[in-house]
Design a protein around this ligand. Structure first.
Ligand code: DHB
Ligand code: FE
Length: 280
């Protein structure tokens, strides 16, 4: 059977791509952000995943405002990187795991979730940068991927409660997959940030740290917020936190924290990193 090893969550700010490309990781601006990652690399070397299920939000690349699925799941053999003009480097394609994708799709539909199924799917910085942060070595990528996209862009957004339940359904789906695959679940985005409007630059450290604490063992506490609460407390783009809730939901057993890091700001965003282990 497939085994869920744990979860990783990180912010996905485009500027990170430039820092990696220009090798700025040890510069004073970047060091407090990148210093969080060696512990994640060590854990990944220990648990040796075959597949990463990556929960992120598309920012207007594969889906635009005219057609915006609440939830979408990739079922392609390959996913190519494209982005919407940030000037960040394009990364090589990612290998899919279509049989696992279809198993997850069939399982969550049987549980009354109705994702869009994508046999072709471009992935943007919300997907690619976390992959590069967690696997910074030379390509080819050492894991195959299943992208899961959540609408955090065009209201109405799925509620935090719905996102946690969707993640739990994904977790049950993975755990019922008959092949012996080792799986990690990744949630990207956040933490607090607002990129536009009169509150541009808004960051809420107290709320972020509370979320990073509660999500480990009491994610249902975060599922109590409404979408509007999240906009108020985390900023209009800080709602990307729901991607973390989907990923956390997929860790169906008891969960322990291996490592965390929090740093303000990178670009306009509060950055968070968590490594969570599924302890069965
Ligand atoms: C920034 C953060 C994001 O999550 C994103 O998708 C784009 C930009 C930023 O802080 O610059
Ligand atoms: Fe984003």
């Amino acid at each position: 059977m497939a085994k869920i090893l744990g979860g990783l969550t990180t912010s996905h700010i485009p500027l990170i791509g430039k820092a990696i490309a220009q090798d700025l990781r040890n510069e004073p601006y970047w060091q407090p952000f990148f210093k969080g990652f060696p512990a994640a690399h060590e854990w990944l070397r220990k648990v040796k995943p075959d597949v990463a299920v990556v929960v992120y939000n598309d920012h207007g690349l594969n889906f635009f405002l005219d057609k915006m699925p609440t939830f979408a799941i990739g079922a392609a053999a390959e996913y190519r990187n494209a982005d919407e003009g940030w000037g960040i480097p394009t990364l090589p394609p990612f290998r899919g795991e279509p049989d696992l994708s279809w198993h997850i799709i069939e399982s969550v539909v049987a549980e009354e979730f109705d994702p869009v199924t994508c046999q072709e799917m471009l992935v943007d910085h919300g997907f690619t940068l976390p992959m590069k942060l967690f696997w910074p070595g030379d390509e080819p990528w050492p894991v195959r991927v299943v992208p899961v996209s959540v609408n955090t862009v065009q209201h109405p957004l799925p509620t935090p409660a719905r996102c946690l339940k969707f993640g739990q359904a994904i977790g049950r789906a993975i755990a019922s997959y008959p092949e012996d695959l080792r799986v990690v679940v990744i949630g990207t985005g956040g933490l607090s940030h607002q990129l536009d409007g009169t509150r541009a630059g808004f960051i809420n450290k107290e709320f972020d740290l509370m979320c990073m604490d509660k999500i480990v063992a009491e994610p249902q506490e975060l599922a109590r917020y409404s979408t509007l609460d999240l906009v108020r407390l985390a900023g209009a783009q800080g709602v990307e936190l729901v991607n973390w809730l989907v990923a956390r939901g997929a860790l169906t057993g008891s969960v322990g924290k291996v490592h965390s890091n929090y740093h303000i700001p990178i670009s306009n965003t509060a950055t968070g990193l968590l490594v969570l282990e599924n302890r069965g």
